[in-house]
Design a protein around this ligand. Structure first.
Ligand code: ATP
Length: 238
């Protein structure tokens, strides 16, 4: 593994049948970093996240967390190792309460960590207020909080966030991104997939730009924000 990377993807290829979605990408994340993967619709962002979590299997290449190869593991082992995903579209269990959803997030633990639950409620007081409410009746922003909270319940070292800003009003995007910063300050490493390039680059240390299954560009957030390519393609400037 190169220098001190906590997490490393090398030459990853993922296909849906004969369609190649990820065509040999490599990237790394260091402990404590917030790294963002940007890209337009269909670039392969969700495919990458689901492959890290082992919900999808790689065609070839390697994905290592703390030196351990993930590609041969079942998905629950990945969570147990310390990598937890908050999926695109939130996917909370609508017929369960907020607290039941959170408890499900701790499924790999022999016992739920009460301190973690308290921390999640401290991060998102709205969830505490609504802990007995059915998740399906929450607003979009609240469901996003719940999805992130649920992924924290397994006490991960690295959090995978797939488009947490999707479908949220700007004020809620700001709030969610502030919470991600707080989570990062607590020592968690964050890999953040986003279409909202501006918000993501303001938050992240570094970024990678995916373009139809390949990495088109990478750099520090400052470099990417200053890049003409990024400004034209993702920040609406000419
Ligand atoms: P979005 O932001 O719209 O979610 P994305 O960057 O996350 O886009 P992916 O969902 O990873 O992109 O899709 C990458 C490519 O793989 C796309 O061309 C998509 O059509 C294809 N794809 C995704 N899921 C499947 C599937 N289940 N079967 C076949 N092709 C798929």
């Amino acid at each position: 593994m190169s220098n001190d990377a906590l997490f490393e993807i090398k030459d990853l290829e993922v296909s849906y049948g004969s369609i190649a979605a990820i065509k040999g990408i490599s990237l790394e994340v260091h402990k404590g970093e917030i790294v963002t993967i940007l890209g337009a619709n269909g670039a392969g962002k969700t495919t990458t996240m689901r492959t890290i979590s082992q919900l999808l299997k790689a065609k070839s290449g390697s994905i290592k967390f703390k030196g351990e190869e993930l590609t041969q593991l079942p998905a629950h082992k990945v969570v147990k190792l310390g990598v937890s995903q908050s999926p695109e579209g939130r996917r909370v269990f609508g017929i369960l309460t907020v607290e039941e959803n959170l408890m499900l997030g701790a499924f790999v633990k022999t016992k739920m960590n009460k301190e973690t639950l308290d921390w999640v409620y401290q991060l998102f007081p709205r969830l505490k207020e609504r802990r007995k409410q059915l998740a399906g009746t929450l607003s979009g922003g609240e469901q996003q909080m719940l999805a992130i909270g649920r992924s924290l319940m397994s006490d991960p070292e690295m959090l995978l966030l797939d488009e947490p800003s999707l479908g949220l009003a700007p004020i809620l995007v700001k709030a969610i991104f502030e919470q991600i910063k707080i989570i990062s300050n607590k020592g968690l490493t964050v890999l953040l997939v986003e279409q909202n390039a501006k918000a993501a680059l303001k938050l992240a240390d570094r970024g990678y730009v995916l373009d139809v299954g390949t990495i088109a560009l990478s750099g520090t957030s400052a470099e990417l924000l200053a890049s003409e390519k990024i400004q034209e393609a993702y920040l609406g400037k000419k």
